[in-house]
Design a protein around this ligand. Structure first.
Ligand SMILES: Cc1ncc(COP(=O)(O)O)c(C=O)c1O
Length: 417
């Protein structure tokens, strides 16, 4: 979203016109931003065999998947449905990786039978998989590298050794024993970096741990560093510069490959990096009210559409699209859900009037995909702005959607009065 004079635009289209045409609440994605992020990633890792697997849990719309496919980006999936969507839109099975956690072995078998790449993150499934396939299908293993990051953000810090993710470093001997017993080829080592890894230094430390371990496996084809690359959301926090990271990691990776004796692929699974800042949630201010000393802006959305502020204390920049020149005031922007439902507390915004379009920025990742129908409110529609045109890519829910799977069993004579 770009401000020119007193108007906000996406690819030259007035944001207010998009809101008017499709209604609010509305998720709007800018395809150009996504393409730019893909290019930036590749620019960073220009001297290695980089494979980007888009973590489609971030924004699971088939049009976004197709955009990734058109750019030669692969897919990281965490459920059979994500995987099926990927196959349906045309990804080759070998360009899809299945990286679920704590799932039953039957899901891994179904995925393996469809030919996608398999990533296993616990010994129990590793052994069952090995028993089932023996040497037929190689697997990647997900490590838990035991690195505590700078902040104690428990909900997003996945490297530390008490998180549920990955196979612990001290279980590597068990991994090797299973692989040996069943002749199971281990073709990849994976860590998912988590969004709290903010500096190249912490990242490189994790990478070195992975390279050390990788030397103990002889059939590797790739090292997968997962996702977790933050983007600048305007909260003043440090973010990793992907080009700088690439420039620092490339030579370290090349040195590792030399030591390993073969050139491996370097994988990443970015979600938010590719789509986070491409998305904006457009809402309308329905109610202005004051309680105590607080000026509230009540919008036609809430934690049912964007749960990150309430769940992770995530910061989303808020913009008054309709009145950018209004006198600045402090507001708390809230949703209409019967919960506290803050979207942004104590934000300085140009005067907000009922009817103004209020935009929540950086909402492309984990926005719609974590949306719910709580309070029986419809999930928003989604629009993709592509080639200078705003296209509807998902309809708003309807009342019929709510009723579709409900089964009325309260037959007259079975109700106890
Ligand atoms: C295994 C894995 N890979 C990639 C991602 C994408 O992370 P991000 O959107 O922070 O890049 C996630 C996110 O949870 C993940 O669990």
């Amino acid at each position: 979203m770009q401000r020119i004079d007193n108007q906000y635009y996406i690819q030259g289209i007035r944001v207010e016109d998009i809101a008017q045409q499709f209604g609010t609440p509305l998720y709007v994605y800018d395809a150009d931003h996504i393409l730019g992020q893909i290019n930036r990633f590749r620019q960073g890792f220009s001297t290695v065999n980089l494979q980007i697997k888009y973590a489609c849990k971030a924004l699971t719309n088939i049009n976004i998947m197709k955009l990734m496919l058109s750019q030669g980006v692969g897919l990281d999936t965490v459920s059979l449905s994500e995987m099926r969507m990927g196959l349906e839109v045309g990804f080759a099975p070998q360009d899809i990786v299945f990286t679920p956690n704590c799932v039953g072995i039957e899901e891994l078998i179904e995925a393996a039978d469809l030919g996608v790449r398999i990533n296993i993150e616990n010994l129990s499934n590793l052994e069952k998989f090995a028993q089932h396939y023996g040497s037929q299908i190689p697997v990647c293993i997900r490590l838990n590298p035991h690195i505590a990051t700078q902040n104690n953000a428990d909900k997003v810090d996945w490297w530390h050794n008490q998180s549920k993710f990955g196979i612990s470093l001290d279980q590597m001997k068990d991994v090797k024993a299973i692989a040996q017993q069943y002749s199971l080829p281990i073709n990849g080592i994976h860590i998912h970096s988590s969004s709290v890894i903010m500096t190249p230094e912490v990242f490189l430390k994790g990478a070195e741990t992975v390279f050390e371990i990788a030397l103990g496996f002889e059939n590797l084809e790739f090292i997968d560093f997962g996702g977790g690359i933050k983007v600048n959301v305007g909260d003043g926090k440090e973010v990793i510069d992907i080009v700088e990271l690439g420039q620092q990691l490339d030579p370290v990776f090349q040195a590792f490959c030399q030591k390993y004796g073969r050139t491996l692929e370097l994988w990443f699974e970015p979600g938010r990096f590719l789509v986070g800042n491409a998305g904006t949630l457009l809402t309308e201010c329905k109610v202005r009210k004051r309680n105590g000393g607080t000026e509230f802006v009540g919008v036609d959305s809430g934690l049912n559409h964007l749960i990150r502020p309430m769940m992770y204390d995530a910061y989303h920049e808020i913009v008054n699209v309709s009145n950018p020149e209004g006198a600045p005031q402090k507001y708390t922007v809230v949703g209409n859900i019967c919960e506290i439902d803050n979207l942004g507390k104590d934000r300085q915004l140009p005067e907000v009037r009922e009817g103004d379009i209020i935009a929540l920025k950086s909402a492309g990742a984990y926005g719609y995909s974590m949306a719910s129908t709580y309070n029986s409110r419809f999930r928003p529609a989604e629009v993709l702005v592509i080639n200078g045109e705003a296209r509807l890519i998902r309809k708003r829910d309807t009342y019929e959607d709510f009723m579709r799977n409900q089964i009325d069993v309260t037959l007259e004579n079975s109700i106890t009065q």
